[in-house]
Design a protein around this ligand. Structure first.
Ligand code: FAD
Length: 327
C-alpha cells in the first residue's frame, strides 16, 4: 500500500512550487516508514509533462496523471471527482492537499468520501513514533495546536508557504495516465469566468513583498507602496484593515485569515504587528518594519526597523533605489 500521496494541480504556473512544498512535507512523513511518495497530478495542457518531471526530480516515485479540460482553475467539483477516483484505487495512507481556494473545499469533501481523518490548515508536519504530528494555528492565531493523527487514511491540508520546497532528490519515477470520467452536465457547479486581481499574479511567489497597514491611511498611501514594490520588482500586500476598508483587494490580505508569504524581503509599512498578521509573514527571510511608534510589536519580529512617518521615509527610499539601479 503506498504511503503518502500529494494532490498537485497545474492550472497555472504558480501551482508547481506550492505542490513541491507538499512533496517536502510528504518526504518528511515518509522518512520513518519509507512506503514511498506518490502524487495525483491534475490539469490540462503541456504543463502536465513539465510538472511530472519536477515531481520525479523531487522524489515522487509514482505520478497518477489526470488530464482533462475541466481540471482548470476553480473547478472544485471536477478536482473532487478525479481525486476520489484515483485515491480509491491507489489507497494511500495519507493525502496532503494545499489549503488554497480549491484545497480548502476539496480536503473536507474528500475526507468524507474516503471516510478519512481530517486536519486542515496545517503549518508544520512531522512523524513521531509512527504517528503524524500536525501543527495548526488556534485561538485566532495566538497559539499553535499540536494534533497527533493516528487514524488512517488521513487527509491533511497544508497552508501554502508554510513548508519549504525541498532540495531535489531524483527518483526514476513511474507515470500512470488515469482516464478520469467527468461529465460536465452532472457537475453541481461550473466556473464560467475567473477574474484575477492584479496582485494575485505576483503576491504568492514574489521575492519582495511591500505590505501596508491601517497606518497607511487610504488608497493614495498604497500608490506610494506600489512605487516601492515596483522599483524592487515585488508585489504589494496588506494587513486586514486596508482589505476590510476596501482600500485594496481582499486577495492582498496577509495573515491568519489571508495569505501566507515567505519572500526574501518583507517590508511592513505602518503595520502594528498583531499576531494574526505575523502568522502570515514571519517565515520571510528578511523583515523590515517602518512604523512611527517605536514600541510597535512589529519591531520584535523585524530584522531591521525604521522609526518614523512612512510618508517621509518611502519617497526618498524609492528615489535612492532608482538611483542605485541606474537608468
Ligand atoms: C480571527 C481574526 C483573524 C484575523 N486575521 C488577520 C489577518 O489575516 N491579517 C491581519 O493583518 N490581521 C488579521 N486580524 C486583525 C489583527 O488582529 C489586527 O487588528 C490587524 O492586523 C491590525 O492591522 P494594522 O497593523 O494594519 O493596524 P493597526 O493595529 O491599527 O496598526 C497601525 C500601525 O500603523 C502605525 N502608523 C500609523 N500611521 C503611521 C505613519 N504615518 N507612518 C508609520 N506608521 C504609522 C501605527 O503606529 C500602528 O502601529 C485578525 C483578527 C482576528 C480576530
Amino acid at each position: 500500500m503506498p504511503g503518502i500521496c500529494v494532490v498537485a494541480t497545474v492550472p497555472d504556473a504558480a501551482a508547481i512550487p506550492s505542490s513541491l512544498e507538499l512533496v517536502g512535507g510528504a518526504r518528511a512523513l515518509d522518512a520513518s516508514h519509507g512506503a514511498g511518495v506518490s502524487a495525483v497530478l491534475m490539469g490540462t495542457g503541456p504543463g502536465l509533462r513539465e510538472a511530472t518531471d519536477e515531481l520525479h526530480r523531487h522524489g515522487v516515485a509514482t505520478v497518477y496523471r489526470c488530464a482533462h479540460p475541466l481540471l482548470t482553475s476553480g473547478q472544485v467539483d471536477a478536482f473532487l471527482l478525479a481525486t476520489e477516483q484515483v485515491l480509491r484505487a491507489a489507497t494511500p495512507q495519507v493525502v496532503l492537499i494545499r489549503a488554497d481556494t480549491v484545497g480548502r473545499e476539496l480536503a473536507p469533501r474528500l475526507a468524507v468520501r474516503l471516510g478519512a481523518a481530517l486536519v486542515t490548515e496545517c503549518v508544520e508536519l512531522a512523524a513521531e513514533n509512527g504517528a503524524i504530528v500536525a501543527r495548526r494555528q488556534t485561538y485566532g492565531g495566538r497559539a499553535l495546536a499540536t494534533l497527533v493523527v493516528t487514524r488512517r487514511p488521513a487527509v491533511l491540508s497544508v497552508k501554502p508557504h508554510s513548508l519549504e520546497v525541498p532540495e531535489p532528490a531524483p527518483v526514476p519515477g513511474r507515470v500512470e495516465d488515469v482516464a478520469v470520467s467527468i461529465d460536465a452536465d452532472t457537475l453541481p457547479a461550473r466556473v464560467c469566468e475567473v477574474l484575477r486581481e492584479e496582485a494575485e499574479v505576483g503576491l504568492d511567489d514574489a521575492q519582495v513583498v511591500v505590505s501596508g497597514g491601517r497606518g497607511v491611511g487610504g488608497p493614495e498611501g498604497f500608490a506610494l507602496l506600489k512605487e516601492l514594490a515596483a522599483v524592487l520588482g515585488g508585489a504589494v500586500g496588506a494587513s486586514r484593515p486596508p482589505a476590510d476598508e476596501g482600500w485594496v483587494p481582499i486577495s492582498w490580505q496577509i495573515g491568519q485569515t489571508g495569505k501566507t508569504v515567505r519572500p526574501a524581503l518583507y517590508i511592513a509599512v505602518a503595520i502594528s504587528g498583531a499576531t494574526q498578521h505575523v502568522a502570515g509573514m514571519s517565515g520571510s527571510r528578511t523583515i523590515v518594519a517602518i512604523n512611527r511608534d517605536p514600541n510597535a510589536p512589529i519591531f520584535s519580529v523585524a530584522h531591521l526597523g525604521i522609526v518614523g512617518d512612512y510618508r517621509a521615509i518611502v519617497p526618498p527610499l524609492v528615489a535612492r533605489i532608482k538611483e542605485l539601479k541606474g537608468p
